[in-house]
Design a protein around this ligand. Structure first.
Ligand SMILES: C[S@@+](CC[C@H](N)C(=O)[O-])C[C@H]1O[C@@H](n2cnc3c(N)ncnc32)[C@H](O)[C@@H]1O
Length: 347
């Protein structure tokens, strides 16, 4: 009998692993992530359009390879992969190969061109894109005891917590480097080591190109003192209870995940550079082309949601160039990929 089945105490990493991805886990449910919350992918097709545009820039930087890979990492129901393939110009689409990597089963109606995998593919030339994946990679939580010693937080299936053993080894090293805790009772940290490892493994599958992780993020100079662990169910925030009834998520230390050459920017800046601004159409269009005006207005509303301060616009984009000569060149490549587009090209 597993610890979970006995109702025993375990660390948050094992508890969330069972609750999200076990046989009856939250992410194996038929309704999928879109049944409980709205990611940028669900918010607007503009997002897939922008990712398709980024894929085209990667394609150019790679010299238009005969096969151009697009990996939708942690794909949910494959919505982004389908949207990106549909948005590509036909010449690029003819060379593109789409993959969706997901723990849940393949949806029946998914575009047949998309290969459905349980693990990231290897040897990819192209773009790997992970939208809201890393926040769902389970991790341990540390909390300081009355002596100021960081201890592993243990949890039961009903969500009750107590403190376990002091954090040690590689986890203690990670805390010291990325989330140093003051010796003050009750402060908490989320030990991002499994996310760094998961990201490094996914990036290792890209031979040449770019890997991008998009998520709620924080950096070492501004970690939240009590952490960010939370639950989601049917569109609402809820207590994180590891019983399979809700999502369990914690913001991502994207700066810790970054490998050499990686760079983090906001979704607002990334989408702006990919042609999405949220600017309203000129009022004059309303009288000359009313239908076009209404369409442009709706599109501006969706763009505003994707770039909103205090919302999706504040998400972090970790850009990780891979296998493209030496580090300074990689940094230049990131600049080139995200160069601002002229206004007339904007969507
Ligand atoms: C918040 S949802 C995001 C879905 C989609 N990317 C989107 O933006 O709408 C997180 C997804 O990551 C998947 N996931 C988590 N860990 C994974 C892993 N190691 N391999 C593949 N999929 C994973 C979950 O099953 C879930 O569908």
């Amino acid at each position: 009998m597993t610890a979970e089945a006995r109702g025993d105490w375990q660390g948050w990493r094992a508890a969330a692993e069972d609750a999200l991805y076990g046989p009856d886990g939250f992410y194996r449910r038929p309704e999928g992530p879109a049944g409980h919350f709205r990611t940028s992918v669900h918010a607007s097709a503009l997002f897939a359009g922008a990712v398709a545009r980024l894929l085209c820039r990667v394609d150019e930087a790679l010299g238009r390879p005969a096969e151009l890979g697009f990996v939708d990492m942690a794909a949910g129901r494959g919505e982004l992969a389908a949207g990106v393939l549909a948005a590509l110009p036909s010449e690029v689409a003819s060379r593109a190969r789409g993959y969706a990597v997901e723990i849940a089963d393949r949806p029946e109606a998914l575009d047949h061109r998309i290969e459905w995998l349980a693990e990231p593919p290897k040897g990819i030339t192209g773009l790997l894109f992970a939208n809201e994946w890393l926040d769902n990679v389970p991790l341990e939580i540390a909390e300081t005891d009355p002596e100021g010693v960081p201890r592993r937080v243990l949890v039961r299936r009903d969500g009750r917590e107590r403190l376990g053993e002091p954090v040690s080894g590689a986890e203690a090293d990670w805390l010291a480097r990325w989330w140093p805790l003051p010796a003050e009772e009750g402060v908490r940290a989320e030990i991002g080591l499994p996310r760094d490892e998961a990201w490094a493994l996914a990036v290792a599958g890209v031979e040449r190109g770019l890997a991008v992780a998009v998520d709620y993020a924080h950096t070492v100079d501004a970690r939240p003192p009590f952490g960010t662990l939370t639950g989601f169910r049917e569109g609402r925030g809820t207590a994180p209870v590891p019983d399979g009834s809700c999502d369990i998520t914690a913001h991502v230390a994207l700066d810790a995940c970054a490998l050499p050459g990686g760079r983090v920017l906001t979704q607002r800046d990334a989408l702006r550079a990919l042609g999405i601004t949220g600017a309203r159409p000129p009022l004059a269009l309303a009288s000359t082309q009313p239908a076009a005006y209404v369409r442009a207005l709706a599109s501006a509303g969706e763009a505003a949601e994707l770039t909103a301060p205090g919302g999706l616009g504040d998400f972090g984009w970790l850009l990780q160039p891979v296998g493209l000569a030496d580090a300074p060149f990689e940094a230049l490549l990131v600049e080139a990929l995200l160069v601002d587009v002229p206004d007339h090209e904007e969507q």
